[in-house]
Design a protein around this ligand. Structure first.
Ligand code: C5P
Length: 223
């Protein structure tokens, strides 16, 4: 029984997929449903934490008992996180942030009559929100990243995750396998939680609520 074991903890969670505007009516998005991040926020709140959810595009309703900050693009999410992060003890970056955004947002709708038979868009890199939060981290703050990988070989996937955790500098990394039929938009999932030594400290196959609890058990206790 976990009860209200996270009372007094302030937890910031990001969830969902960002949308990068192309023109007033179009965007570049991804298949993240936000379910995992929303489950982390819901479980953290149910366990007594004070929770802020920075929600990009989510396909499930946000929990009632959390503060919700709505964003759309990666740049908006970066700004919201930079402002909110210092007031939180734990940050869980479950959002699927677009790595790139269109270099120019067209003022008006792109019209096929003007573009001819093909269309080329140039993309520029988005800020790495997680990396920037790690650089700006306040004392005793725990930062958790996610890695959604399509690599099918278990050992190779784990190695990708270890390298990603090192690159980002976060305390923990949640690895999950995604593909056309795994991960995104599903109720069930399979994760491994890696610590700063690259050790697998939790492994869960189950619904996203069980995964959320398992992640919080490791990353959120009072230190
Ligand atoms: O580099 P990659 O996108 O695989 O890293 C995934 C982790 O980094 C996730 O926690 C995601 O929320 C975060 N991320 C970010 N800013 C980006 C890209 C990813 O914070 N621009």
């Amino acid at each position: 029984a976990r009860g209200r074991d996270l009372e007094g903890r302030r937890i910031l969670v990001t969830a969902g997929g960002t949308r990068e505007p192309i023109d007033p009516v179009r965007f570049l998005g991804n298949r993240s449903s936000g379910r995992q991040g929303v489950a982390v926020a819901a479980r953290a709140a149910a366990r007594g934490a004070e929770v802020t959810l920075v929600a990009a595009n989510i396909e499930v309703p946000p929990p009632d008992d959390v503060r919700v900050v709505r964003v759309s693009s990666a740049e908006q999410m970066a700004a919201a996180c930079a402002e909110l992060a210092p007031r939180h003890d734990v940050i869980v970056m479950a959002a699927a942030v677009a790595d790139f955004r269109p270099e120019h947002v067209q003022e008006g709708k792109i019209k096929k009559e003007q573009t001819g038979d093909d269309l080329t868009l140039t993309f520029v890199k988005n800020p790495d929100i997680l990396r920037n939060l790690v650089i700006a981290r306040v004392p005793d703050q725990v930062i958790v990243g996610f890695a959604a990988e399509t690599e099918t070989d278990d050992e190779a996937r784990l190695e990708l995750a270890r390298r990603k955790r090192e690159r980002k500098g976060c305390d923990y990394l949640v690895l999950n396998r995604v593909g056309w039929n795994e991960g995104f938009q599903r109720e069930d999932t399979e994760i491994q939680l890696i610590d700063e030594h690259g050790e697998v400290v939790a492994e869960v196959v189950g619904d996203k609520v069980s995964v959320a609890d398992a992640i919080l058990d490791v990353v959120a206790p009072e230190r």
